[in-house]
Design a protein around this ligand. Sequence first.
Ligand SMILES: [Zn+2]
Ligand SMILES: [Zn+2]
Ligand SMILES: [Zn+2]
Ligand SMILES: [Zn+2]
Length: 507
Amino acid sequence: MEGEKRPAPYEGLFADGHLVLWTLCSVLLPVFITFWCSLQRSRRQLHRRDIFRKSKHGWRDTDLFSHPTYCCVCAQHILQGAFCDCCGLRVDEGCLKKADKRFHCKEIMLKNDSKALDAMHHHWIRGNVPLCSYCVVCKQQCGSQPKLCDYRCIWCQKTVHDECMKNSLKNEQCDFGEFKNLIIPPSYLTSINQMRKDKKTDYAVLASKLGKQWTPLIILANSRSGTNMGEGLLGEFRILLNPVQVFDVTKTPPVKALQLCTLLPYYSARVLVCGGDGTVGWVLDAVDEMKIKGQEKYIPQVAVLPLGTGNDLSNTLGWGTGYAGEIPVAQVLRNVMEADGVKLDRWKVQVTNKGYYNLRKLKEFTMNNYFSVGPDALMALNFHAHREKAPSLFSSRILNKAVYLFYGTKDCLVQECKDLNKKVELELDGERVELPNLEGIIVLNIGYWGGGCRLWEGMGDETYPLARHDDGLLEVVGVYGSFHCAQIQVKLANPFRIGQAHTVRTN
Ligand SMILES: [Zn+2]
Ligand SMILES: [Zn+2]
Ligand SMILES: [Zn+2]
Ligand SMILES: [Zn+2]
């Protein structure tokens, strides 16, 4: 009997089973691997964050270093990892724990009280010296070899070759380098601490050791200003100065940060504000608060590094409209050292709200730039509401102007502040002023308005006394509508000049 051997029924089943098994494997395995990897990654991240939190360094993650970088522990060339934004150490992920244990960061205050003011040695760290730096010993270029080499002092920023590093240099006193007149030395804070314990307040004796030129600089930066440019700036200032004098105003409000001035000698402190007009106003308010507290002698001089767009106040004071990294941070510090002080008139604005049941609420705020009634205020409001929603759209200055113009013209069709002259009575220095058919009144303290246009001068075809920010006079102008506003901004029309006055009242 011949016949084909029929496959047993279970064999077919077995083959099917194989197929199912393989399919399951090929689907489940990648899923499992992905899951496992992400679990490992989040565990690693947690571990790293734990080190970041406990560390004395200011570690930050980066996906790509901007310069050729070598790990400070294993000396390997690395593309990503972490860096300290106080001392500048760079390390890969695997060596982070070792680096954290092995290397000290900038000490903002000396632990040892017995150390005198003048006994601080250089604090050298090896490798990753800035490009184009020169050796203090042989004056040749440093850090040009493709490996972890050469040293930099994290306080005075001096650099030296491996071969040129001698014991004498290791034991040399650090003079804090180029910016010594801006840096608060760690030993100063230690001494101040001791004096406070002994209830002495004569800091001038202490400061006299640091020389007459010493005008310590406090940095108040807004990390969210200028499309998050503030964040990078904070790090760069921490590297060049004492990290204790660098504040992020989103974490430490200006009122608190400015209390550092009370540990410095009278009239010596300076403040550099990095942020938009809003941040500047916030800091100036904090300065006003110091006056109220009776801390006049500690009030610092204020300088501004404007970030973002439309900074009319900074523009008026001659600090420019916006900084976008055109010059290195070290140059910014040099400019601050050379700068002279200017005075700014600040005005009190009182707004009376007619509340329900005839309750009148009096609100008071301080005006630095200008305040307005009518379409300009509306325009600025619309604009800021949108800026909050989509900040990335507003990163370019030119785009911002276009948006301003767009809002202006859009508002022109709506005409929300019609017949303002019939609703508002205006008094300049106590005298009633007759108004033409206006839609908006703008009161200015500073020369610039609406993102860099000089409103009072208009097209500049007529000669009017220039608007000044320190003459005790306010300039009052009227606009016929938001289209007129937009025209003035692009210098196609003049505003309606109502007058200059010491006090302005509107009813
Ligand atoms: Zn390493
Ligand atoms: Zn550090
Ligand atoms: Zn040094
Ligand atoms: Zn050298």
